[in-house]
Design a protein around this ligand. Sequence first.
Ligand SMILES: Nc1nc2c(ncn2[C@@H]2O[C@H](COP(=O)(O)OP(=O)(O)OP(=O)(O)O)[C@@H](O)[C@H]2O)c(=O)[nH]1
Ligand SMILES: [Mg+2]
Length: 391
Amino acid sequence: MKLVVIGFGQCGSRVADEFAQLNRRARSYRGIEIVTGAFAVNTDAADLSGLYSIRADYQHRILIGGRKTGGHGVGKINELGAEIAREDSDKIIDAIRSAKRLFESDAFLLIASSAGGTGSGSIPIMTQLIKERYGDKPVYNLIVLPFEHEEQTEERTIYNSAVCLKSVNPVADAIILVDNQRYIRKDYSIRNNIAQINALIVEPFYNLLCAGEEKKSKHIGAKMLDAGDIIQTLTGWTVIGYGKSPLPLIRSPFEQRRNFRKKSTETHKGIQAMDEAISELSLKCNPKDANRALYLLAAPAKEMNMDLIKELGDYLRDLAPKALIRTGDYPRRRGVLDVTVILSELDSVEKVRDYYSKSTSLISGIKERQKEIKDKLKKIETASKDIPSLL
Ligand SMILES: Nc1nc2c(ncn2[C@@H]2O[C@H](COP(=O)(O)OP(=O)(O)OP(=O)(O)O)[C@@H](O)[C@H]2O)c(=O)[nH]1
Ligand SMILES: [Mg+2]
């Protein structure tokens, strides 16, 4: 599957940069392309220059709202982010249109954090505009949710997230939710290592996007998972997960025959990788709420047999009994078996509901404070009414 990837704001741009990097990896190790164009859009000029893999010209690193923000961001005011995106949308659309390989792309992937101002404000506006312009291609969103400590210290974080999620829901074909907090559960030291978190966020997409683009027969499985399967699966609230198990290296056919426990080991390894994928989903959710699902098994061809694929299918069916499940196998390198899982069309997402209910109670407070500021400014103005002005 080939994507046009567009990141908005700091977080969105950095994750988009990571996708550009993923494409380089696919090109050099596998000879295939999975990202046809990577763009970063921001109101902050310094953030744009800190990227690595997205091309450095103004058509790929797009500065918006320069006049309004002086190139310094919108300071978490998502209403301003939205306004600027609307005003400067032509710049973004023109850049996408000039991408040479747009026609080969299967879908758009727009990325932003929900808690900032630029990304969370502009992603709903641009999703809607791109959808209107390119009706034949699905437009997906990847939304990064804030760390817990940010939610606790800054109420704008929750309010922006609720507004962003509500606004993208009716316009995006699917919204892949990624919770920053999930990536520091096991290793707290990476809380300060955002680059490492970004690499973990995009990793599950590697095999998923590559599988359907393979041309060499040795890498084409019994059931190839292609763009059509992914498009059929991605709908509404979505999460993604990835797990892997190391495999013992089997050096000779003799050793392979002698290993009478091999088959049960394979199944065990497969289940172990799927378990990891489910427990490492990009957002905590209940698989039972999924109405669509997909899994991709990547392993050396010799290690994959129909029993294993069936076993994994049965396992996922137990976890997500309502879901229509699509599957694929992808013969890959020796020594590892990995499983990518997508759960989509979730009909209940606790975290999203939480943002909505928490912000509803915040709205009156936020409005009250805005009114207080206005009233105070008015008082100053009134006090100055008899003073002459130079303007
Ligand atoms: N995973 C990840 N999260 C990030 C990254 N950068 C920022 N965040 C998160 O994104 C949120 C802040 O949003 P930003 O993307 O920095 O904001 P912005 O869209 O640039 O908007 P303004 O700076 O307000 O104009 C916080 O929850 C951060 O934890 C990143 O590179 N990776
Ligand atoms: Mg910023």
